[in-house]
Design a protein around this ligand. Structure first.
Ligand code: GLN
Length: 475
């Protein structure tokens, strides 16, 4: 049996009681990475030496010091849009191919302080823009359950890293579903925290009002363990809520008595595949068995969510990505005659097609004459979507919904049609627009392809999500 088939609390316990060393745990991770990397391509950068050295240092700590470390010796994979001091942070882009940050993201310091061992940086859609991990400059990532299919995106590498058993934990970022959607497709658990729960300091910005870093794991208890570590209050991020999440064993009782869940009818309409629908229905049954009750509710503005999201995220992306001009960071085109030529050629050659599409869309919706018609209107609809959630949360403590309309699709199936790709985000983007937390937990396995169920809760109620996710996992 692999060490990684057990919850993280058991791994750290066996390190503490001396039945295994950090070095052995980390070696197992590195061996599994080398056995699977060629097949699935989950990683962009491997940190074999750094990880092995770190494991040795951790093994030398005395018993008391080891007791203080909640992730003692636990191998973790990190999405490659999160800055790691001295280690390339590429965002899956030619633009940042050789960018080595001189500082750590707050979450990286938090992982270090918790005794975790970072074993590698994982693949993603370029600048986290996508739903399939097919647009990375480093190549594609494949779904460990079926290598001919996408792992989901944009945190496809982080989800595949856990699903293929190379690490028990990874971290991803979720701007419009990029933690939940790949977790659903890869059969692992993932949580997008409340906006402001986890510091964004050192996360390369895509759409700053939507981006959140969150945990990915094989099981729901581990999501709680990792979220507690990641949610370190941080004055360096002005949008950080400075509310650390407190994990507690009470969350994982399996008992759902007293919980009322809403079933938002708009999430179960046209376009939802039968496999996914029956998975969610089963999860609802499981929750009923454990004491939860259900009511029908409505999020009427869900119909505008995709349009709203793709206006806001592209607007913010066009502004955030203006910094890549060939002067300050990363790629610079050679042999240009003027400064303007250099700007243009660097952006032309450094960015891939999807990133350029979003910069152009975002620039368009922000431009004079179109701002009111697009950006301002989207900002208003965003408020309405938030109000829809506020209203239903007066009647229930959480919502249950699908994560994606279908199980993982085939590689290449949607790459030619960006709109079709965007539409697959229909069930995930609203939680980001509203800033509320949401979780994806495996609930079914039709023909071997995993399906996840999504729960959403009011702001700061990650404990409710973990309680529900754990109950489904137990069933
Ligand atoms: N699929 C969405 C997009 O392409 C979400 C991306 C994300 O959450 N990073 O924008």
């Amino acid at each position: 049996m692999s060490h990684f088939d057990r919850p993280v609390s058991e791994i750290t316990e066996s390190i503490r009681n001396g039945s295994v060393t950090c070095k052995e745990i980390v070696s197992e991770s590195l061996e599994r990475i080398s056995a699977t990397q060629q097949k699935f391509g989950a990683y962009i950068t491997l940190l074999e030496n750094q990880a092995a050295e770190r494991a040795e240092q951790l093994d030398k700590l005395d018993t008391d010091a080891k007791k203080e470390l909640p992730l003692l010796g636990v191998p973790v994979a990190v999405k490659d849009n999160i800055c790691t001091r001295g280690v390339a942070t590429t965002c899956g882009s030619r633009m940042l191919e050789s960018f080595v940050p001189p500082y750590n993201a707050t979450v990286i310091d938090a992982l270090d302080a918790a005794g975790a061992v970072i074993v590698g940086k994982t693949n993603l859609d370029e600048f986290a823009m996508g739903s399939s991990t097919e647009t990375s400059y480093a190549g594609i990532t494949r779904n460990p359950h079926d290598p001919e299919r996408i792992p989901g995106g944009s945190s496809g590498g982080s989800a595949a890293a856990v699903a293929s058993g190379t690490v028990p934990l990874s971290i991803g970022s979720d701007t419009g579903g990029s933690i939940r959607q790949p977790c659903s497709h890869c059969g692992v658990a993932g949580l997008k925290p409340t906006y402001g729960r986890v510091s964004r300091y050192g996360l390369v910005a895509f759409a700053s009002s939507l981006d959140q870093i969150g945990p990915i794991a094989m099981n729901v208890e581990d999501l709680g363990t990792l979220l507690e570590v990641l949610s370190l209050p941080d004055p360096r991020d002005s949008t950080n809520g400075r509310k650390a999440f407190v994990n507690s064993p009470d969350i994982y009782s399996g008992d759902l008595h007293g919980l009322t869940l809403g079933i938002p009818r708009e999430y179960f309409g046209e376009g939802l595949s039968p496999e996914v629908r029956s998975g969610i229905e089963q999860a609802i049954e499981d929750c009923k068995q454990r004491g939860a009750s259900f009511i029908d509710v409505s999020i009427p503005n869900l119909q505008f969510a995709i349009a709203t999201y793709y206006i806001i995220c592209t607007a913010e992306a066009s502004s955030n990505l203006a910094r890549y001009d060939g002067v300050k960071y990363g790629f610079r085109a050679k042999d240009q005659r003027s400064l303007v030529d250099m700007y243009e050629a660097s952006r032309e050659q450094g960015f891939g097609a999807e990133v350029k599409r979003r910069i152009m869309l975002g620039t368009y919706v922000l431009s004079a004459g179109y701002y009111d018609a697009y950006y301002l209107k989207a900002a208003r609809v965003r408020t309405l979507i938030g109000q829809d959630f506020d209203r239903v949360f007066e009647k229930c403590q959480a919502l249950v919904a699908p994560v994606t309309p279908t199980p993982a699709f085939k590689l290449g199936e949607k790459s030619e049609d960006p709109i079709e790709m965007y539409l697959t985000d229909i069930y995930t983007v609203s939680a980001n627009l509203a800033g509320i937390p949401a979780i994806s937990v495996p609930c079914a396995n039709p023909n071997g392809l995993p399906v996840g169920v999504q729960f959403m809760a009011p702001k700061w109620k990650e404990d409710t999500l973990l309680r529900l996710g754990h109950a489904v996992q137990k069933s």
